[in-house]
Ligand binder design. Structure first.
Ligand SMILES: CC(C)(COP(=O)(O)OP(=O)(O)OC[C@H]1O[C@@H](n2cnc3c(N)ncnc32)[C@H](O)[C@@H]1OP(=O)(O)O)[C@@H](O)C(=O)NCCC(=O)NCCS
Length: 323
């Protein structure tokens, strides 16, 4: 059977690093409050010339280099983002053009912070359905552009960045010993749409809007939702937490990551954490964390890796991949 195998990963971050202490003169907060409640110590913030498209392009080039491929080898680009350069065309098409790629097809996918997990699942279906052989899956965001910089309950939490992965069709036997995407579970429930949203849009206000969040409400639902889709994924693959080599969760809050890992019985040393360095970069957070753990040698060929995310909507999901 066809499996979607990871060929390479890459990342790109804006030049400017903003530390927690840099907020102290802007809103009533402290490095201590932010670090204790979230685990975040710094985030990268895009300059005017750094956009979702430019960061996405840089991450895509890094993933292609890592895979030993060129844009000519790619059939499809799926970009997960909630902060596109324009309302339309899709930023994926902009990235396609920046890469000098004038064949194949490209589209954006919007599932907020769960975007990358949704995008990997989507790319896997295109590959297994025979519509594409090699897919560039990108998560790229510039959440700094939709933050209300006077709202301390949200502006300290997010950052900008991009991560990318190349998936390629490979042969598998249908067992979980195969390399590639093995199982997953996606969910959404719009009854929670007002707990984390942007208060503008083309069809309502005609403006871009600002991110609004009931942080405590999001926190309350997060662990249960995350662990539900992970348990569904474990059951689909016939594995337990002990079989995992690495857990690469969405990087929103260290307390949510720790509580989820604890509830699932995933050992602390198997959890990849980058929220301290990047803050919450929404759809970019999982591929950014992945590229850090691949680059430093933790994630290796043959490892069983679990990706997970939860975000506005709510949307949530998990994907199990053998590297
Ligand atoms: C946002 C979050 C860190 C807040 O932590 P918390 O422990 O729930 O804190 P609370 O919301 O209960 O707020 C406690 C107090 O801190 C204050 N506070 C909020 N932001 C603050 C900040 N940056 N600095 C200092 N104080 C702050 C609140 O106003 C509140 O004050 P009050 O008690 O006088 O009303 C936490 O709820 C969270 O992480 N939620 C999930 C958010 C998330 O992950 N979103 C993305 C999902 S993809």
């Amino acid at each position: 059977m066809i499996r979607s195998v990871v060929r390479g990963t890459g990342a790109a971050l804006p030049r400017r690093i903003m530390k927690n202490a840099d907020f102290e003169g802007m809103v009533e907060t402290s490095d201590e409050w932010i670090a204790q409640r979230t685990g975040i110590r710094q985030r990268h913030i895009a300059a005017d010339d750094e956009t979702t498209a430019s960061l996405g392009e840089a991450a895509a080039r890094a993933a292609l280099d890592n895979a030993g491929l060129t844009p000519d080898d790619i059939d499809l680009i799926v970009l997960a983002t909630s902060t596109p350069n324009n309302t339309f065309p899709a930023t994926a098409v902009d990235i396609q053009n920046r890469l000098g790629m004038h064949h194949g097809f490209a589209f954006d996918l919007q599932a907020v912070c769960s975007g990358f997990v949704y995008a990997v699942t989507t790319a896997d279906l295109y590959i297994r359905g025979g519509l594409a052989k090699r897919v560039l899956v990108i998560g790229s965001e510039t959440f700094s552009r939709i933050l209300d910089w006077s709202d301390r309950s949200t502006c300290v939490l997010f950052g900008d960045g991009a991560g990318a992965m190349v998936l390629e069709a490979g042969e598998g036997t249908g067992s979980i010993a195969d390399r590639g995407v093995l199982a997953g579970s996606l969910r959404s429930d719009g009854t929670h749409k007002d707990k984390l949203f942007v208060d503008g849009g083309p069809s309502t206000t005609g403006t871009v809007g600002y991110l609004r969040m009931e942080g405590r409400e999001v926190f309350k639902h997060a662990v249960g939702m995350i662990t539900d889709v992970i348990e569904a994924t474990f059951s689909a693959a016939g594995i337990t937490a002990e079989d995992l080599d690495w857990f690469v969760p969405h990087q929103a809050n260290k307390r949510i990551i720790d509580a989820s890992a604890k509830k699932l019985g995933i050992a602390e040393q198997k959890v990849v954490v980058t929220v301290d360095l990047h803050g919450n970069t929404s759809a970019a957070s999982v591929p950014l964390a992945l590229s850090v753990a691949v680059a430093d040698g933790r994630i290796k060929k043959g490892d069983l890796v679990l990706l997970e995310a939860m975000g506005g909507g709510f949307t949530w999901g998990a994907v199990l991949v053998r590297w």
